[in-house]
Design a protein around this ligand. Sequence first.
Ligand SMILES: Nc1nc2c(ncn2[C@@H]2O[C@H](COP(=O)(O)OP(=O)(O)OP(=O)(O)O)[C@@H](O)[C@H]2O)c(=O)[nH]1
Ligand SMILES: [Mg+2]
Length: 223
Amino acid sequence: MNDLTLLIPAKNEAESLPAVLNELQKYSYKIDIILHATDLETIQAIKKYDINIIYQNNLGYGDALIHGIKQCRTKYFCIFNADGSFNPLEIKKMHDSLMAQKLDFIFASRYQANSGSEDDTIITLVGNYIFTYIGKIFFQLNISDILYTFVIGRTEQANILDLKQKDFSFCVELPIKAKKMKMQLGSINSYERKRIAGKKKVNAFKDGFLILKHMIRLFFTKL
Ligand SMILES: Nc1nc2c(ncn2[C@@H]2O[C@H](COP(=O)(O)OP(=O)(O)OP(=O)(O)O)[C@@H](O)[C@H]2O)c(=O)[nH]1
Ligand SMILES: [Mg+2]
């Protein structure tokens, strides 16, 4: 599949990212890792791999992805985590489904038939449920797992959205703005695995608050 680039944001993933890259080797996808130049341990850990490293100017998960999408030169991109929780086997089925349904973005979901998670906690489960529900009621979003952000999208369409959120509120900015622009969104089943090693970067309360604040702002703005 040479029309697709995997965009992998990474922060302090020296333990997990090499294992993720090993697993990806048999698929021959184009891969861009987006990280900050100060993350020397991760940079050292992936030195031997034939991948492209993009250095972000600012900090943050959303900042990394905005930067990655802007630099993406293939028709499609896939947001893929550096912690081993996404199964690369699912990429092809997501890509095929996006093409077959002529979608602009396809969002993997842990909460529909034939899906699940080994990584969810009760807090992330409830938080996700609430934000997904807000997405459905206030933005008519037809996706069942708004925060997972295992997504394949059309690069051209993502560039129209003028994405700005540098933190984890990027997760809601992408689908909500796409919906407001009347783009075609779809959902597909996925099974989330456990993070291989290292620490999660999401703080349920701090990031949950930022996400809620941004959803409220998006509700009161045109785009
Ligand atoms: N470049 C960059 N990557 C980040 C940053 N924060 C998180 N990431 C990466 O984004 C991906 C998702 O982060 P996680 O900590 O796994 O967050 P999550 O998957 O939502 O949370 P859990 O699955 O609940 O642990 C991982 O690949 C992280 O390394 C950041 O500030 N900058
Ligand atoms: Mg994770």
